[in-house]
Design a protein around this ligand. Structure first.
Ligand SMILES: C[S@@+](CC[C@H](N)C(=O)[O-])C[C@H]1O[C@@H](n2cnc3c(N)ncnc32)[C@H](O)[C@@H]1O
Length: 387
């Protein structure tokens, strides 16, 4: 296979991109050429990209998609309609895959933490954005999910989160934040072999089992043993019946629960100046609606899912869906005496609380207890254990 030498000693693979559409392959070529010129323009740029890209260069793969990226691109192009899909790539590196996807017509938001690689990502964006059939590639400098902004998740489109080959101790320490943020998307494509740490065999199987409890496997995109890319669907949590209009907007806590409980709750929430409160009450489906409505959350805001007095049949039947919906909030506040059914006895509440903390939440703190009412503030449990 002929290989041509391109600047900074990098080489570009000339093989035809036979699994990519013409427009995607053209974007791959444009992006590679632009990156090559960028690398050549100033000596030292490659060093700034650090070990990962230096190693790729040593195996001549710096300016081409790797096997799993090629498969991911082909899968995304074959599975999703570019005009109806928004892709967020977290950890794109210099962003060839993002560039190819934008070239195929997708809107892509690409979030890169490392400054030098972000500079490369901007070069790729400039190279592909003017191509006639391209969608858009928006490069973002920052950490996912801290920099997640409202425009990155759109209610009018299918929202896909893509993460390949993100190995670092920072990812490991933040893996649950990342996965909780993933619940805000419709689809997640993730490399289980390279998430925080490298995983093969048993550790990879364990991670797959853990993720399977929260996300629904839709297909295997690529499996080479060391890379396992799985397409997950985020559980459908939208209620089929719309919430009553008077409840379908943000409300003050005091409007919804009795005054004393409201005072206790408001006092706690006021201590956390960065909290935004979204409330579901009177109708369990409302919580699901909020969880899936991609409501506007600014990067510095946190979300609280609030559920009070949901004892109608819908909530009883959909208890698991509602609880899963609550997992996409930073915190959940719920009245365990009025969830799904009424619980008047301490033993009933104790049993329900035990189930909640075994399966969905950390134990948390009691906000208010009076008569039979019992409001708890709970933090969604870790999705996967830190290795
Ligand atoms: C090893 S590179 C891989 C790039 C590309 N995804 C690939 O498969 O070739 C991983 C990149 O992800 C970035 N990264 C990892 N976690 C991130 C996060 N949560 N937010 C933004 N960037 C992240 C790192 O800075 C690094 O540049």
């Amino acid at each position: 296979m002929p290989m041509e030498s391109v600047g900074a000693g990098a080489r570009r693979d000339e093989r035809p991109h036979n699994v990519l559409s013409e427009s995607a392959a053209r974007a791959a070529d444009r992006a590679a050429r632009a990156l090559d010129q960028w690398l050549t323009a100033r000596p030292g740029r490659l060093e700034e990209l650090q070990d990962y890209y230096r190693e790729l260069l040593a195996t001549s793969r710096l300016l081409q998609l790797q096997d799993y990226e090629l498969e991911a691109a082909a899968y995304l192009i074959g599975t999703f309609d570019p005009s109806a899909t928004r892709i967020v790539e977290a950890g794109p590196g210099v962003g060839l895959l993002s560039g190819v996807l934008a070239g195929a017509g997708f809107e892509v938001v690409s979030i890169e933490y490392d400054n030098a690689r972000y500079e490369g990502l901007k070069v790729v964006a400039e190279a592909v954005n003017h191509l006639p059939s391209a969608g858009t590639l928006v490069p973002v400098s920052g950490w996912f999910p801290s920099c997640l902004a409202p425009f990155m998740i759109t209610s009018g489109k299918r929202n896909v989160l893509l993460m390949t080959n993100v190995v670092s101790s920072r990812v490991t320490s933040q893996q649950n934040n990342i996965l909780h943020a993933a619940v805000r998307f419709d689809d997640l494509i993730m490399d289980l072999g390279r998430f925080g740490i490298k995983r093969k065999g048993a550790p990879q199987k364990t991670l797959r089992e853990q993720l399977g409890q929260y996300f629904v496997e839709r297909g295997i995109v690529w499996n080479s043993g060391s890379h396992l890319l799985i397409h997950y669907g985020v559980p459908a949590i939208l209620t089929s019946s719309p919430p009553p209009p008077e409840l379908a907007e943000e409300k003050r806590v005091a409007d919804l629960i009795e005054a004393k409980a409201a005072a206790a709750l408001t006092a706690v929430l006021n201590q956390q100046r960065d909290v935004i409160v979204r409330i579901g009450s009177g109708h369990g489906g409302l919580c699901c609606t909020f969880a899936s409505s991609r409501f506007s959350v600014l990067p510095w805001q946190r979300t609280v899912g609030f559920v009070s007095d949901i004892v109608e049949a819908f909530s009883g039947r959909n208890q698991d869906r509602i609880l899963r919906a609550l997992l996409s909030f930073d915190l959940a506040v719920l009245d365990i005496s009025r969830f799904g059914v009424r619980r008047e006895l301490a033993a009933e509440k104790h049993e329900f609380f035990g189930m909640l903390t075994a399966k969905y939440f950390e134990p948390g703190s009691l906000l208010y207890r009076q008569d039979s009412r019992e409001y708890w503030m709970l933090k969604p449990r870790s999705i996967v254990a830190v290795p």
